[in-house]
Write a protein that binds this ligand. Structure first.
Ligand code: APR
Ligand code: PHB
Length: 408
């Protein structure tokens, strides 16, 4: 049996786990990251690619944004296309901030390289991770199979950054965990295609055939999504059908500027919201998708993961520097208001953009009323812009906003 000792054992090398190990390293706290997939797999996994300005700021502050600043695309607005009519939301003018388009797997590559350069303990292809969590202040043990050998890692804390299907969340005592979940009657079919973006900015298209999103990764590569039914599979969608549907939903006056290209990757994701409460127990702390997921409409998943890890890292810093556990104990309570703000906004965006089920004409009328409000009201448009760039989350749970009698 191989034995290792570390301060924080991190399960999962997605953006949450990698960023946490990077931040801990910068303040002299040791960690080991345990990832069940290979490095190649993790670096190629295509996910959303929209970063809020605060996410980018944080990445800059910790030295992870050099390539992002060179290759990422800064966007000051997006287009909301409703039944072929174009409306531009000027986010920069409304909020003073921009968003950045940079593929999540590019960020993952940058983070892995940074950990490598710092001789970080990053272990891929690790199997059978199991947590033996201390009930008291004593050390915990993570068991796994590393390089084919049974291994035991003794640690002070465990960070569960192993995504929605990981094992960490299952280690919270069932009596303590409340899982809040909502499933949506839609899924997203996403493709990466070798074709230039159809427009300089993102296009969110609401159409009677269903929602479509035209995003991008580079000036040569587009990322395109279609709302599809929940029961559909990739085999229902040959390339020809995907392009036909994209043309129809993205058309303006019957025309699209979309050029077809080779499909490099395709995926199908069911839309779901989920929040685990609390996000911690004893020495275990959940961050990112392990604790919560949002429908992809507003691309908040990665941004929430980065924020979780930022708060968790500060709490570890405080514990190791002063022995004060208050910030660690308050981690879940600190994060949940912001998590729920993002859940609510993502849910709202999903309802705003997706074609409702055929048997719900009331929902279709509500959607039209919401779209009218967004397009016609400066106040509603500004609120959408603030929430889209993440500004509203920076204050959620901390300020009473505009209301008086709320100062207690
Ligand atoms: N043991 C070790 N690693 C595991 C295990 C396990 N039992 N289970 C899962 N993992 C790994 C996965 O292979 C994955 O690499 O944990 C990692 C979790 O990474 P992500 O799913 O990317 O989650 P997170 O880091 O929280 O990032 C959130 O990812 O899903 C998107 O929209 C989401 O963009 C957001 C971001
Ligand atoms: C993406 O580029 O993957 C993307 C962008 C914006 C979204 C969702 C996904 O709202």
């Amino acid at each position: 049996m191989k034995q290792l000792r570390t301060q924080v054992a991190i399960v999962g090398a997605g953006p949450a786990g990698l960023l946490l190990s990077h931040l801990l390293h910068r303040q002299g706290v040791e960690s080991v990251v345990l990832e069940r997939r290979t490095r190649e797999y993790v670096e190629r996994r295509v996910r959303a690619g929209l970063l809020e300005h605060t996410t980018v700021e944080l990445l800059r502050q910790c030295g992870l944004a050099d390539r992002l600043d060179r290759e990422g695309m800064r966007h000051g607005g997006f287009e909301l296309r409703v039944a072929g009519h174009r409306n531009r939301l000027d986010i920069a003018a409304l909020t003073g901030h921009s968003t950045y388009v940079y593929g999540q797997q590019e960020l993952v590559k940058d983070m892995i390289r940074a950990r490598e350069e710092a001789d970080g303990q990053l272990r891929f292809s690790v199997a059978d991770v199991a947590l033996d969590l201390a009930e008291d202040e004593g050390p915990s043990t993570v068991r796994c199979s590393m390089d084919g050998r049974p291994t035991e890692i003794t640690c002070d804390f465990v960070a569960g950054c192993d995504g929605f299907h990981g094992i960490s969340r299952q280690c919270l005592p069932p009596a303590l965990l409340t899982a809040h979940e909502r499933r949506y009657p839609s899924a997203w079919l996403g493709i990466l295609a070798a074709t230039p973006p159809t427009s300089g900015e993102l296009v969110y298209a609401v159409h009677e055939r269903g929602f479509a999103l035209a995003s991008m990764r580079t000036p040569e590569i587009s990322r395109l999504y279609l709302q599809v039914g929940p029961g559909e599979s990739l085999s229902d969608w040959p390339d020809e059908r995907i392009w036909k549907e994209l043309h129809a939903r993205l058309a303006v006056d019957g025309e699209t500027s979309l050029t077809e290209g080779r499909v490099l990757e395709r995926s199908l994701v069911a839309l779901r919201s989920y929040v685990a409460e609390p996000m911690q127990h004893g020495p275990l702390f959940l961050a990112g998708d392990a604790a919560h997921i949002v429908p992809p409409t507003a691309a908040k998943g990665l941004n929430l993961a980065v924020e979780d890890v930022h708060v968790l890292n500060e709490a570890f810093r405080s514990w190791y520097a002063t022995g004060d556990r208050a910030a660690l104990d308050g981690y879940s309570a600190t994060r949940l208001p912001a998590v729920w703000e993002a859940e609510e906004f993502s849910d709202w965006m999903a309802d705003l953009l997706h074609r409702p089920p055929d048997d719900d004409p009331y929902a279709a009328r509500l959607q039209q009323a919401r779209l009218d409000a967004v397009v016609n009201s400066h106040t509603v448009a500004r609120q959408l812009a603030e929430r889209y760039v993440g500004l509203s989350r920076q204050t959620s749970g901390r300020e009473g906003g505009a209301w008086s009698w709320n100062q207690a």
